[in-house]
Design a protein around this ligand. Structure first.
Ligand code: ADP
Ligand code: MG
Ligand code: MG
Length: 201
């Protein structure tokens, strides 16, 4: 396993932006079933801004790439997912410190910190049918491999279908939120898939 530097983290977020562009309609469709039909548009706007800032002001360390991206999401996305994903990336970036390169194991530990920060901000727990249901398992599995993290996030997103939402807009629906896949868990699986893609090439 090689060391992960600025180029790797920039590639991850660029691939994430491409995946969000590609899947925006599906994310919005999921959010129209149990939310307000803006998740695709929210993330498209946010990740386009991330791509721009990384191009115009390239950060010098992996941690700075993630902190910069997180800050950008917080300032450009109005919905709940902006501050939550912003906090995820900022918390993960802070966890990486200012090393020029990091290992996958270090990234796994930092991501675990980022996920915990999302939990503190939003007050959600595992099983509440949120992005945490994909991100939590992914952070755990990243200690094993990028592919294991991708698969764990995908499984976590699918496992939100039978759950009743207890946080965010979907929770207003009560039992009617059951039977739908959570939009945020679905976009989290895309972000982790982009991470595995960045690692693969
Ligand atoms: P909004 O609900 O403000 O329109 P989005 O549609 O962009 O924002 O994002 C909705 C997603 O955000 C949900 O599918 C869920 O995964 C996630 N989410 C909402 N509230 C929380 C929370 N308190 N903790 C964790 N994730 C949350
Ligand atoms: Mg929404
Ligand atoms: Mg909204």
């Amino acid at each position: 396993g090689g060391a992960l530097g600025v180029a790797f983290f920039t590639r991850w977020l660029t691939l994430a932006a491409a995946a969000v562009d590609r899947e925006a309609d599906r994310l919005t469709e999921l959010d129209s079933a149990i939310g307000d039909a803006d998740h695709g548009a929210n993330l498209k706007r946010g990740f386009a801004a991330v791509r721009d800032v990384l191009e115009k002001e390239p950060p010098q360390t992996p941690g700075a790439v993630l902190v910069t991206a997180g800050r950008q999401l917080i300032s450009t996305v109005g919905g709940a997912s902006g501050p939550l994903y912003g906090t995820l990336l900022r918390g993960t970036g802070k966890g990486l410190g200012d090393s020029a390169t990091v290992s996958r194991e270090q990234l796994a530990a930092a991501l675990t910190e980022g996920v915990a920060a999302v939990g503190r901000l939003g007050g959600a727990h595992p099983g509440d049918k949120t992005m945490l249901d994909a991100l939590g398992p992914a952070a755990g599995a990243l200690g094993e491999s990028f592919e294991a993290a991708r698969d764990a996030a995908e499984r976590g997103a699918l496992a939100t279908v039978p759950l009743q939402a207890r946080k965010g807009r979907a929770s207003y629906l009560g039992e009617r939120s059951v039977g739908h896949q959570d939009p945020g868990a679905t976009s989290s699986a895309l972000l982790v898939a982009a991470l595995a893609e960045a690692a693969a090439g």
